[in-house]
Design a protein around this ligand. Structure first.
Ligand code: SF4
Ligand code: SF4
Length: 123
């Protein structure tokens, strides 16, 4: 797996719908994708009306600065960056409380980060 496209918390940015919509060259298709993402997010976060606009996102660890607000404001991302870590798998407090809450929503993130830790322990 391309670890560069993995977020600090273990999400796979390459398959993230927000990133896929960013890469979509067909404007009409892109709008449809974004409308569906907005509805999905309002369901998840329980907001009354869907987000008006889904911005571009190049991925959590991209250096372009083009990042979805929800991920730019993420406490896990901030924490791992402050510690100058490649991702949370390299943290001595792994898995912290913030990560355990995140794993409830995305158990695959745990699998990815656990796999990295296992590899690091192998001789
Ligand atoms: S950083 Fe961007 S691509 Fe990665 S999970 Fe967040 S919104 Fe998706
Ligand atoms: S304490 Fe460690 S595992 Fe938890 S968010 Fe920060 S860097 Fe990640």
């Amino acid at each position: 797996m391309d670890e560069y496209m993995m977020s600090y918390c273990g999400l796979h940015c390459r398959t993230c719908p927000i990133h896929l919509a960013t890469l979509e060259p067909d404007q009409a298709k892109q709008q449809t994708m974004r409308a569906s993402i907005a509805q999905e997010l309002s369901k998840i976060y329980g907001t009354a009306s869907p987000l008006k606009e889904i911005p571009d996102c190049d991925g959590c660890r991209s250096s372009t600065g083009v990042l979805f607000t929800g991920c730019a404001d993420c406490g896990i991302r901030k924490c791992a960056r402050d510690k100058n870590l490649e991702n949370c798998a390299f943290c001595e407090s792994y898995p912290c409380g913030m990560l355990l809450k995140h794993y409830v929503y995305d158990p695959d993130s745990r699998k990815r980060l656990d796999e990295i830790r296992m590899k690091r322990c192998q001789p």
